[in-house]
Design a protein around this ligand. Structure first.
Ligand SMILES: [Zn+2]
Length: 239
């Protein structure tokens, strides 16, 4: 997991950058606040202002470690200086749901110790899902967990990101509990930990709020059994 500019400066939504590589419809920048997505989270979208106008960034593709910004105009070829603008509303929706999903994960883990996450997806439309390795659990019990998530939202709990040595992290129970979404360490062997104070500590490379109170209310919309050992919890931000 690389250390992204959006990790170091989560409130940076607009900045200048230089095009360092380009092909029709795509560019590599010397710096970019766009989150590339991953671990079940969609990438940031937004815009690049260039000498000839503005073009939308519709996605990010990481190829051999190089971050390509995919542009809405497949023929455009950019060079020189640009202004990067992150779609703040989209970033915010994803960060709200992503932070809420950490709280949900903690509540499930508390109630059913040792439960592993087998998959997660955070969409840009204010919906998402988490899959848990759970058997013999009443789906209605899971469905009621959104009340607990909303308690944490209304309590306004601080959310911090810290780095720990990856070698140390494996000795802390529950810190890396995902089967499929745990991020790899940084090149220098550290793990980024998202700490929802007193509630959840989890290795994660996504975008989050700095306080749970910044989230709109959270609603579990559906609980499905997906196979013998898999429960899928679907959720959404309330309007
Ligand atoms: Zn996360």
């Amino acid at each position: 997991m690389a250390v992204y500019l959006c990790h170091e400066q989560p409130d940076l939504h607009q900045h200048e950058a230089d095009v360092v590589d380009a092909a029709p419809g795509r560019v590599v920048l010397d710096r970019s606040a766009f989150h590339p997505g991953g671990g079940g989270q969609v990438s940031d979208n937004g815009w690049l202002d260039h000498s000839g106008g503005t073009v939308a960034v519709t996605g990010i593709e990481v190829i051999d470690g190089v971050v390509w910004h995919v542009l809405a105009d497949p023929a455009i070829e950019l060079a020189g200086a640009v202004v990067v603008r992150v779609d703040h509303a989209r970033r915010s929706r994803v960060a709200q749901l992503h932070t809420d999903s950490h709280v949900l994960n903690a509540l499930v883990y508390d109630r059913f110790p040792g439960t592993l996450v087998t998959g997660a997806q955070i969409n840009d439309d204010g919906t998402g899902r988490m899959d848990f390795d759970l058997t013999e659990i009443d789906n209605e019990l899971l469905r009621g967990l959104d009340a607990g998530v909303n308690d944490v939202i209304s309590s306004g709990v601080e959310v911090r990101s810290v780095y720990v040595e990856a070698a140390d992290a494996t000795t802390v129970t529950g810190l890396v509990r995902s089967l499929s979404v745990a991020p790899p360490p940084t090149p220098d062997g550290r793990l980024r930990i998202i700490d929802v104070a007193g509630i959840d500590r989890q290795a994660c490379g996504g975008t989050h709020l700095s306080n749970t109170g910044q989230s709109r209310p959270f609603r579990i919309t559906k609980v499905e059994s997906k196979g013998k050992r898999n429960r899928r919890i679907r959720f959404a931000l309330d309007e």
